[in-house]
Design a protein around this ligand. Structure first.
Ligand code: SF4
Length: 427
């Protein structure tokens, strides 16, 4: 009996060792959420709090503990992207950001060329901060510019003007940041097509490596939602024209559109964002942060006080936790891949999900006839016009997938038909 138990224990250990070997070198992304902002913008529904300077040190201690606590689970992984987002991480100050990155580097295996991004607002950076975070490892800066029109910036409650954005870009370059991304929003209150074109032209003069351009979403519960009657907005067709003009203009300026809202010079695509769209693993830290790790998807409470209390007193901080079922992975793949210029690889889809790609391909062929989708080197992706209608297209493909069963992969569908015709013939 004892010998059997020992043998079983050895077998279990051997299996664990073999499993650990297969996991070694697994790529991982780290997301650090900084929930602080100088003030709240009128359209914002991200989890961030204004004027909470006094809680920053406490928060840094909580994040540090959280990073240390989680590190053993990621010890066989290599981290190739770190993203410090928010909120406005630059409000945390250079020293705290440096300390945070020190902890990440000490407890996780970062690749030599790890992409380390920090988000910032033009009004919350100066040369000394940028130089310090650059030295600490930040090699990509994402600046929230949003518009080149000071009137528009004021209407949406941004805490800076465009001259500050121009200055922040110059300072970032001076600090040695070679990979710069700028965020813009179109469809702002009172914005015309000409106004949007002026913003894009002004921003192109700053020569960023990357641009993220989103259509304004008026979210319930935000000040802009309450005041929306006071403004005029471009209608759906107007926003669509702004989007298509921008996609064409950025293409001419040498930016590849690699996702619905993201454009980059060759090789400057955001590796961290690509990770989300490619269903690759990442661990998020901080209130409201999401993770996709070890086949589970989970998130932490969207409440700074609850998060701090949980980390300090050892209480629960997980808000939602689920094992991801294969059908959900399949749907996610379709939804996310169709947002990107990489698109869908039919062969990979069949192999990965044991599904027949043919019903989806038939749909895509129809979209191709309407210039909404295109097939290149065995991969299907949407065109800029298709990106505009992506929600409807994705729903249509998800429905086609619903009817797509393992039977069709095994060819049982066609055998069924053949059997039926044989039956007719023999009759
Ligand atoms: S700076 Fe960003 S996160 Fe902060 S309030 Fe404005 S939009 Fe929200």
């Amino acid at each position: 009996m004892r010998r059997t138990l020992i043998r079983q224990q050895h077998e279990r250990q051997k299996l664990q060792r073999e499993y650990a070997k297969t996991q070694r070198g697994r790529k991982l992304g780290i997301y650090l959420h900084i929930p602080f902002c100088r003030s709240k913008c009128a359209y914002c529904d991200f989890y961030s709090l204004a004027n909470r300077e006094e809680e920053m040190d406490r928060y840094l201690a909580a994040l540090t503990n959280h990073l240390k606590e989680t590190a053993p689970q990621a010890k066989s992984c290599v981290v190739d992207t770190v993203y410090i987002g928010g909120g406005t991480p630059s409000t945390l100050g250079a020293k705290r950001i440096g300390a945070l990155l020190h902890i990440v580097k000490k407890h996780y295996h970062l690749t030599k060329d790890c992409e380390i991004t920090m988000e910032a607002n033009p009004d919350s950076v100066d040369l000394s901060l940028l130089k310090t975070v650059r030295r600490a490892g930040v090699n990509r800066l994402s600046l929230g510019v949003q518009s080149a029109d000071d009137g528009e910036l004021k209407t949406i409650g941004r805490p800076h003007n465009f001259a500050q954005a121009v200055e922040a870009v110059a300072l970032a370059r001076k600090a040695g940041i070679e990979n710069l991304s700028l965020d813009l929003i179109f469809g702002l209150p009172g914005q015309t097509m000409e106004g949007w074109q002026r913003t894009v032209e002004q921003v192109l003069k700053l020569e960023p490596e990357h641009l993220s351009c989103y259509g304004l979403q008026i979210e319930e519960g935000t000040p802009l939602y309450e005041r929306q009657e006071d403004y005029t907005f471009a209608d759906d067709d107007g926003q669509a024209d702004m989007y298509l003009w921008m996609a064409e203009r950025l293409k001419r300026a040498g930016y590849g559109q690699y996702e619905i809202s993201n454009f980059a010079k060759p090789g400057r695509e955001s590796r961290h964002n690509l990770r989300y769209w490619r269903l690759q693993e990442y661990i998020g830290f901080g209130p409201g942060a999401h993770s996709d790790f070890g086949g589970r998807r989970y998130s932490f409470v969207r409440d700074l006080s609850a998060y701090l209390k949980g980390m300090e007193e050892g209480g629960p901080i997980v808000d939602d936790d689920q094992v991801i079922p294969p059908e959900e992975r399949r749907n996610e793949y379709l939804m996310l891949a169709l947002r990107t210029a990489e698109g869908i690889d039919g062969d990979w889809y069949s192999r990965r999900f044991h599904m027949n790609f043919r019903p989806l391909e038939e749909k895509l062929r129809n979209y191709e006839k309407r210039n909404l989708a295109v097939e290149e080197n065995g991969r299907w992706h949407l065109t800029p016009e298709g990106f505009l209608l992506s929600n409807g297209i994705i729903v249509d493909l998800l429905e086609a997938q619903e009817h797509n069963t393992i039977d069709s992969l095994l060819g049982r569908e066609s055998r069924g038909k053949r059997d039926a015709s044989n039956a007719c013939g023999s009759g």
